[in-house]
Design a protein around this ligand. Structure first.
Ligand SMILES: [Zn+2]
Ligand SMILES: [Zn+2]
Length: 398
């Protein structure tokens, strides 16, 4: 239960999309660099993961990238790690070591990679940054977890990283938070509990969306929010750079095509998996975020590369199916490539592939079919859509 009637005004909220094609060491480079450069003076950070496997993958990324700087005084000793991991399977002695260390302001643990098993009853000192690798299952959990930052009143940052794979399982109020590109994140979070944010707060101290609208003057007003993740996809030499007009009717037809494409893929996978109890990963690979990605960008999709750029696709065969669906509606793509035998392999960085294959992540996903209802009236006239309210409507209608 969240009972504290405060609005955590020293916490700044930021929601950031992470592309699954970006390696984890790049996504987390700021935090890795802080430990490398500042050692025991690095800001204290908790990184919440959704599963044990995600914790282990991230831990290895830090360990590999830091070498001996993974340890205090660069001495390889299990009691001197600057980066630790905490989940339900962590041995009790290690759990005690971590809790004790974090309850001291001067404790040397600077980065804790944890599942939600970490938290209850532990008083963390000097935590200035909370990262969520994937959203919490609902808003209440998110508020609780992010509320472990800034207990001493100092300004702290709460960064929520997400993509389609990491957010397939979360509640619709959480999805509202992820996809609202204009509204105040704090307002949305507080509203869920009937709290009202303090009005006197400077916008650039509030959240990423408010920062975009702040012009109060001082240098800190224009400092960056969230992690500086450079997206290599901005080199768009492979993109078609073309645009077509899209009518509301065409968009409706495309949506129907995509839904049936998704049903076909799910069916095909279910048949393949007839003897297993596991859920077809298709539900994680091809869900509402992919359908919306296509619908929002269909005015500029003319090739497989365009789809790879605008949509979170995991398999070439899916990209191929999407391209055919787009062509069925617009009939203006002449060169649809043939599918080769490699089309069914997962596309992605090795770590992302492991995250994708995590059976715990699959079991978190509610197999209930997602309702992909969309408010069809949101058309801006130039073929593009107003993405944020579009996503918001989708989330509300779910
Ligand atoms: Zn705000
Ligand atoms: Zn400002």
């Amino acid at each position: 239960m969240v009972t504290k009637s405060s609005d955590w005004s020293n916490l700044k909220y930021c929601v950031q999309h992470v592309d699954k094609d970006i390696p984890l060491e790049i996504i987390f480079s700021t935090i890795i660099d802080d430990v490398r450069n500042e050692g025991i003076r690095a800001p204290r950070t908790i990184i919440y993961c959704q599963t044990r496997r995600q914790c282990a993958i991230l831990y290895t990324v830090f360990e590999t990238n830091l070498g001996k700087l993974f340890y205090k005084d660069a001495v390889s000793n299990c009691k001197k790690r600057l980066v630790e991991m905490y989940h339900a399977g962590t041995p009790e002695t290690v759990k005690r070591h971590i809790s004790k260390n974090l309850s001291h302001e001067e404790g040397h643990i600077k980065v804790l990679i944890a599942t939600i098993a970490f938290g209850m009853g532990i008083d963390c000192k000097n935590v200035n940054r909370i990262l969520h690798f994937g959203p919490s299952k609902n808003i209440e959990s998110y508020i609780q977890e992010s509320g472990r930052a800034g207990r001493d009143g100092s300004n702290s940052e709460c960064i929520l990283l997400f993509n389609g794979l990491l957010s397939a399982h979360c509640s619709s109020d959480m999805k509202d938070l992820l996809h609202d590109e204009n509204g105040c994140r704090r307002e949305l979070l507080m509203k869920s509990f009937g709290f009202t944010p303090q009005a006197h707060m400077r916008k650039h101290m509030c959240c990423d969306n408010c920062t975009k609208k702040c012009n109060c003057g001082p240098k800190e007003c224009k400092t960056r929010t969230g992690l500086p993740i450079c997206n290599e996809k901005t080199e768009d030499e492979d993109l078609s750079q073309k645009v077509r007009p899209v009518s509301l009717d065409q968009r409706k037809q495309l949506k129907a095509k995509l839904k049936s494409l998704r049903e076909d893929i799910v069916k095909e996978n279910k048949e393949k998996l007839i003897n297993t109890v596991s859920l077809p990963t298709t539900l994680l690979e091809f869900g509402s975020i992919q359908v919306l990605g296509v619908l929002c960008n269909c005015h500029k999709i003319f090739s497989i590369s365009d789809i790879m750029h605008y949509v979170e696709v995991w398999r070439l065969s899916h990209a191929h199916g999407i391209l055919k669906a787009v062509n069925d509606i617009f009939k203006d793509i002449s060169d649809i490539p043939d599918l080769d035998s490699e089309s069914d392999e997962i596309i992605g960085d090795m770590n992302w592939e492991e995250i994708h294959d995590d059976s715990t992540l699959h079991s978190m996903f509610d197999s209930e079919e997602e309702n992909m209802s969309v408010d069809e009236t949101q058309d801006s006239g130039d073929g593009s859509l107003n993405t944020s309210s579009f996503f918001l409507d989708l989330a509300i209608n779910q």
